[in-house]
Design a protein around this ligand. Structure first.
Ligand code: PHE
Length: 349
C-alpha cells in the first residue's frame, strides 16, 4: 500500500507540475483529491489494514495530500496572476496616442450677434433680461399704449392662440414686463433678445424672426435725452455692424414712444452712394426708437413726472444680413451646413 501511495504521489506531482492552465489543474485536483479521486480511494481501503499499519499509512496519505494541495495552490496563484497581467496589458491605454477629433458645431450667426450685443450693452451697465415668447395681449399691446381696436395693431399681423394669448410680435412686451417688475423703485437699463412672430414670409421677412430691445428709464433730473439715445445707437451700430456707418433719424410713429424715429444706417453695399439694395437712397432702415411715451410709463407703474427714458428695437436677422452680407433671410432658418459652417469659431480657437 505504501508503494501505491508513493506511486500516486510521484505521478500526481509530475502531472501537476506540467499542468499548463487553470482548467487542467482543476481536473487534476478532481482526479487525485476529489471524492472519487485516487488518494481518497486509498483511504477507503484502510479498513483492511492492521491497527499498527493504519496510523502510518494514514499520516502518509495526509502528508501526500498536503503536498499536492500546496503545489496546486501555488500553481493556481501563478496562473491567476498571469491572467491578470495579460488583461492589464491588453487594456492598457496609450495616453500618447493622438485623440480622435471631435467635430465642433458653431454658433448660429444670429446667436453670435445676440452674444456680441449683450456683451456690448453689459459693458455699458445694462442688465440682460428675458421674456416669454407666448405672450399676453396685455403685455404685447395694451401696456404699450395699444388698446384693443387701435389701428396701429394692424402693423403687426399676429398669431393668436386664443383671445388672450399670442406669439409675441415684438420684444417690446419685455419693456412693460421689466417696468412692472420694478415699478418706480429703480431706474432701468435693460437689453433683451429673442424670437418674435408675425404672419409674413418672403426673402426679407420670415414668420419667425429675432428682435433685440433696449430700454432706459431714469429719474427726470438725469435728463435721459434723444442725444443719449443717438449716442447709444451709434455705438451699437458701429460696434456690431460696421465702424464706418452713419446713422440718420427719421420721424416715425410707434404707440409706445413719443417722439418716435426710424433709424437708418449707411447702406453697407454701396457705402451711401445709392444702389438697388437701398433703392438709390444710400440708407437702409435698421431700428425703431424713441422717447418712452408717458402713458407707457404710467401704465406700467412709473410716474412720468418723476421718470423718463428711451427705448429702441431692431431685427437681429437684418443685422446679421448686414454684418455678413447675407442676401436671403431664409438662409438663417434652413439649417444648411454649407451655410452655417462658414460661421464656425475658427477665430476663437
Ligand atoms: N417694437 C418695434 C417694432 O417691432 C420697434 C421699436 C422698439 C420701436 C422700441 C420703438 C421703440 O417695430
Amino acid at each position: 500500500m505504501k508503494e501505491q501511495i508513493l506511486k500516486i504521489k510521484e505521478n500526481s506531482l509530475q502531472e501537476i507540475q506540467k499542468a499548463e492552465n487553470l482548467k487542467i489543474l482543476n481536473d487534476l485536483k478532481v482526479k487525485y483529491l476529489g471524492k472519487k479521486g485516487e488518494l481518497t480511494a486509498v483511504l477507503r481501503g484502510m479498513g483492511n489494514l492492521t491497527p499498527e499499519e493504519r496510523p502510518i499509512i494514514g499520516s502518509l496519505v495526509n502528508e501526500v495530500r498536503d503536498e499536492l494541495e500546496k503545489l496546486i495552490r501555488e500553481k493556481e496563484e501563478k496562473f491567476e496572476k498571469e491572467e491578470l497581467n495579460k488583461k492589464l496589458e491588453n487594456e492598457k491605454i496609450d495616453i500618447t496616442l493622438p485623440s480622435t477629433k471631435i467635430k465642433r458645431g458653431s454658433l448660429h450667426p444670429v446667436n453670435r450677434i445676440i452674444e456680441d450685443i449683450e456683451d456690448l450693452f453689459v459693458s455699458m451697465g445694462y442688465d440682460v433680461v428675458t421674456g416669454p415668447e407666448l405672450e399676453t395681449d396685455e403685455y404685447c399691446f395694451e401696456r404699450l399704449n395699444l388698446p384693443k381696436g387701435h389701428p396701429a395693431r394692424d402693423m403687426q399681423d399676429s398669431f393668436y392662440i386664443n383671445t388672450e394669448y399670442l406669439l409675441r410680435t415684438q420684444t417690446s412686451a419685455v419693456q412693460a414686463r421689466t417696468m412692472m417688475a420694478n415699478k418706480d423703485k429703480t431706474p432701468i437699463r435693460m437689453i433683451t433678445a429673442g424670437k418674435t412672430y408675425r404672419r409674413e414670409d418672403d426673402a426679407t421677412h420670415s414668420h419667425q424672426f429675432n428682435q433685440i430691445e433696449g430700454l432706459v428709464v431714469d429719474y427726470k433730473e438725469r435728463n435721459v435725452s434723444l442725444a443719449d439715445l443717438k449716442g447709444t445707437l451709434e455705438v451699437f451700430v458701429r460696434k456690431i455692424i460696421g465702424a464706418n456707418l452713419d446713422l440718420r433719424f427719421r420721424p416715425s410713429y410707434f404707440p409706445f414712444t413719443e417722439p418716435s424715429y426710424e433709424v437708418d444706417v449707411t447702406c453697407f453695399k454701396c457705402g451711401g452712394k445709392g444702389c438697388n439694395l437701398c433703392k438709390q437712397t444710400g440708407w437702409i432702415e435698421v431700428l425703431g426708437a424713441g422717447i418712452v411715451h408717458p402713458n407707457v410709463l404710467k401704465m406700467n407703474g412709473y410716474n412720468p413726472e418723476k421718470f423718463g427714458g428711451f427705448a429702441f428695437g431692431t431685427g437681429i436677422d437684418r443685422l446679421a444680413m448686414f454684418r455678413y452680407g447675407i442676401t436671403d433671410m431664409r438662409y438663417l432658418y434652413t439649417n444648411d451646413v454649407r451655410f452655417l459652417s462658414q460661421f464656425d469659431r475658427k477665430d476663437e480657437e
